[in-house]
Design a protein around this ligand. Sequence first.
Ligand code: BDR
Ligand code: CA
Length: 310
Amino acid sequence: IRKIIIDTDPGQDDAVAILLALASPELDVLAITAVAGNVPLSLTEKNARKICELAGKPNTKVFAGAIRPMVRTLVTAENVHGKTGLDGPDLAEPTMPLQDGHAVDYIVETLMREEAGSVTLCALGPLTNIAMALVREPRIAPRIREIVLMGGGFFEGGNVTPAAEFNIYVDPHAAEVVLKSGIPVVMVPLDCTHQALTTAARVAAFRALGTRPGIAVAEMLEFFERFDESKYGTDGGPLHDPCVIAYLLDPTLFSGRHINVTVETASELTMGMTVADWWGVTAREKNVQYLRDVNHEAFFGLLVERIGRL
Ligand code: BDR
Ligand code: CA
């Protein structure tokens, strides 16, 4: 069983990723740490709790973290995710508690307490909490097994500016801390997630599960895809964040390369752009396992099977 902390800004696709993790016996979700991103923190922490209750796992620990990025002002994405961040299904207000204490403290304390190399961080939103933890207690860096994150875009360009993907754009300084930390990073960028489309047939498969989580996933995806579908003209929109959890469950679904990635933090035009040294033209060390392709048929097969277990 692999111990993970999910750092997230739910978000419909974050929500599906959380459901996938909670449904999977291979993973031990130590806690969910919320961060400001798709919507402000007061909503992301509440949405995380709604999803735990939807999964029938109200004992999951949920912590609230950073209310804003390290340097820049918060940019949110209600245009994609709706006013609540989780528009679509009608989910009850959560009754499970938010844990006392700050998410950054929880991350530091947990990594210092657990056996070195045993905890994986799954990052589904801006990297603020994780970077703040690294700044606060640098000794956690060698104790982290790996960081698997959804963020960045290379051949696909950006989805919030022409150059940048949302999670990296919102807190590029945090992304820089993570990428320079020396911790093994697996990066699931838009290049990969744009292959995982929530087609009408796939949404129907979730609804056909007939369970509350299955139907809620269908409703979330129908809301979430509206934005991308109209914009990109595809059948369905990309399902980004669950790719992170699917990678942990079955890395053979993905293929990619080991490269160096840096992030732009100075120029407004390309702020948050992820830059890969494809051809080894710098002396910079390879710091990222970049995932280029996903077997999307198998990915959705896994997802439907697991959501069906809840
Ligand atoms: C990322 O941004 C958010 O809107 C999604 O939840 C995902 O994590 C995609 O760029
Ligand atoms: Ca997210």
